[in-house]
Design a protein around this ligand. Structure first.
Ligand SMILES: Cc1ncc(C[n+]2csc(CCOP(=O)(O)OP(=O)(O)O)c2C)c(N)n1
Length: 627
């Protein structure tokens, strides 16, 4: 990159405003180079960011952050915003331990108006800020930037509904690129493409307005009456959009890569004392041919060679997700009741095989986890066997639907809970560490937590055909790579290895392999340890309690939150049964886990092999010294 780059002179949004309009294309080009270079090193959301470079530059030219607030939906497309708001020098630390977040965080910068990571929240947050500003007599602008993918999420409609009724000075920018992670789905996606297709819509609308303005006596009155009405006549004359019918002023569609048009439209949006929606059309992956050609694969990438492009598709064949998806598709070959449901994560959850082989029973419902659960329950009460595959973190959205719409009447739905446990570089907003506590609190829910592909397949069969009600099979991100004999540690209930002595280590899921290695190490240190690996973690078999009460030291290791977790539940039951041994829990205590590589995060949490060995040695020594 040239020494005298424009970007290197930008330390705050004020510097963006100092540039001439002629300099802006160069700035955008430099930003794209930094995005490609950095994400090729750190991994991250490339295509989404390349698509909003001009939009972000225009926003910082027209508005004054941090007084004016930008609320980025999901926050995965905020990299250019970070580069322009004083974080350029730290940009290489993106998604690394201690580095910049891959999403927006208020704690990271005064220019990040709101936390993000989960989708479809921006309009709600922005409306709250707008109304707070009005109460406090502030004059600032609040802008929500939401993608057409995020606009498939129900919360966005709740917010539009609320915003449209008033005269709040809220600006919503719809970043329309036809993509969610994969191609966007649903009726609204079709509708947006349709209004984008109305070429010259704005021009046409303005000319109708001008003509009416010039019409003596009744012109102005007619125009105002039409603009404020929600009538079919207005629809006919102005070819209104649904947004106008909802009470927004609609501006667009605007070419999201044309800085002049963008700037003009944003300036124009400032003039309204009511909610405005600007429809901006962008190309996901813009400026990097690999990403333009395959925006889905470049939505989120690991590090790659920027010259050659990433050789990943947006899924890895050797993963728990794909193993689950392949097995589900095989089962569906034999059973035509099986349906697969995803909330916009077909590849992420390994459902591409099912979608290919059983198209008519595959349902991508958009970013709509709540709908996905209740929709699955609807399938189930009508005689189908639905499996909703969803990341643990996004399942949090659908808690009431699981409880109310499925669990109370023991409706048989299977949840494939993907990315269960620590997830790594996505950080706090994406950790899959709450599902066990949340789900196990609901009466009648069964949870399996397999440690290997073999167990995963077995658990899926058990969940489908030998379990009632709501059943979750939870599995981690990544693959099953360990040198051990998975047959020996496979069950759909529990595996017990009696090592003699007084100490037993209890765990489940992926954490088992660390505990297993630690047990071998402890034996080398002369400590006899037994192992208990749970596969069905809720409800826990009575036999498990019998085994545990035979030991004096029980160590629990859990890759999930402490409160309401398996360890806490079992320990309470042990105490109530009068057990008087020594217990120790290693689980995630009262904190959110920041971004770091998975192995490193597990180490920080005391869940890696060394930490387990040290802990057991120390505790056993401490207790025996005290006796
Ligand atoms: C509740 C929730 N479900 C799923 C996701 C995963 N996710 C992240 S970005 C994304 C697609 C967003 O598409 P869009 O809003 O159009 O933005 P684009 O990347 O196309 O710019 C999805 C499904 C999420 N962040 N939150």
């Amino acid at each position: 990159m040239a020494d005298k780059s424009l970007l290197s002179g930008i330390d705050s949004p004020a510097d963006v405003k100092k540039l001439t309009p002629q300099q802006l294309p160069q700035l955008c080009e430099e930003i794209r180079q930094v995005l490609i270079h950095t994400v090729s090193q750190t991994g991250g959301h490339l295509a989404s960011n390349l698509g909003v470079v001009e939009l972000t530059v225009a926003l910082h030219r027209v508005f004054d952050s941090p007084e004016d607030k930008f609320v980025w939906d999901v926050g995965h497309q905020s990299y250019t915003h970070k580069l322009l708001t004083g974080r350029r020098e730290r940009f290489a630390s993106l998604r690394q331990e201690g580095g910049l977040s891959g999403f927006t965080r208020r704690s990271e910068s005064e220019h990040d108006a709101f936390i993000a990571g989960h989708s479809s929240t921006s309009i709600s947050a922005a409306l709250g800020m707008t109304r707070a500003g009005q109460l406090q007599k502030k004059q600032n602008y609040v802008v929500a930037i939401i993608g057409d993918g995020a606009l498939t999420g129900g919360m966005a409609y709740e917010a539009l509904n609320d915003a449209g009724k008033g005269n709040d000075r809220l600006i919503v920018i719809l970043n329309h690129n036809d993509m969610s992670i994969s191609k966007n789905v649903g009726a609204f996606a079709k509708y947006l493409s349709n209004i984008r297709g109305r070429k010259g819509y704005l021009r046409m609308k303005r000319s109708v307005e001008k003509t009416l303005d010039k019409t003596p006596v009744i012109g102005k009155r007619l125009k105002n009456a039409l603009l404020s009405s929600k009538s079919a006549l207005k629809e006919l004359i102005f070819r209104s959009t649904i947004f106008e019918s909802l009470g927004f002023t609609y501006l667009g569609p605007v070419d999201g890569h044309n800085l002049r048009d963008l700037t003009e439209t944003l300036e124009n949006a400032k003039n309204f004392d009511k909610p405005v929606l600007i429809h901006v059309c962008t190309k996901k992956g813009k400026g990097y041919s690999f990403a333009e050609q395959n925006p889905g694969a470049y939505h989120g990438v690991s590090n790659f060679d920027a010259q050659k492009g990433s050789d990943e598709d947006n899924y890895c064949e050797d993963s728990f997700s794909c193993e689950f998806g392949r097995e589900l598709s095989r089962i569906a070959d034999q059973d035509d009741k099986i349906c697969a449901v995803t909330a916009a994560m077909k590849y992420g959850t390994g459902l591409q095989y099912f979608a290919r082989d059983h198209r008519e029973r595959f349902f991508d419902v958009g970013i709509a986890e709540q709908h996905a659960v209740t929709f699955s329950a609807g399938l189930a009460v009508s005689g189908m066997l639905p499996v909703f595959c969803v990341y643990s973190t996004f399942l949090q959205r659908a808690y009431d639907q699981i409880l109310h719409d499925a669990a109370i009447e023991k409706t048989h739905i299977v949840l494939g809970v993907d990315r269960a446990g620590v997830v790594g570089e996505d950080g706090e907003t994406h950790q899959g560490v709450f599902d066990v506590s949340l789900l196990s609190a609901i009466p009648g829910v069964t949870i399996f937590s397999p440690s290997s592909y073999l167990e995963l397949r077995n658990c899926l069969h058990t969940a489908l055909y030998r379990t009632q009600g709501v059943v979750a099979v939870r599995y981690p991100r990544g693959n099953d790579r360990h040198p051990y004999d998975e047959e020996a540690f496979s069950s759909d209930n529990y595996v017990y290895q009696n090592g003699g002595g007084d100490v037993i280590l209890l765990t489940y899921g992926r954490e088992f392999w660390a505990v297993y290695q630690a047990a071998q190490c402890l034996r080398e240190h002369g400590v006899a340890v037994s192992l208990l690996k749970l596969t069905r973690i809720c409800p826990v078999d009575g036999e498990v309690m019998d085994i545990l009460t035979g030991y004096s030291y029980v160590f629990f290791f859990e890759e999930g939150v402490w409160s309401g977790g398996v360890s806490q539940n079992l320990l309470t039951r042990l105490a109530m049964a009068g057990w008087q041994g020594h217990a120790d829990i290693t689980a995630i205590d009262d904190r959110f886990i920041p971004q770091a590589k998975v192995q490193r995060a597990l180490q920080i949490l005391g869940l890696d092999v060394d930490s387990i060995v040290q802990k057991v040695l120390m505790q056993v020594k401490r207790v025996s010294e005290a006796m």
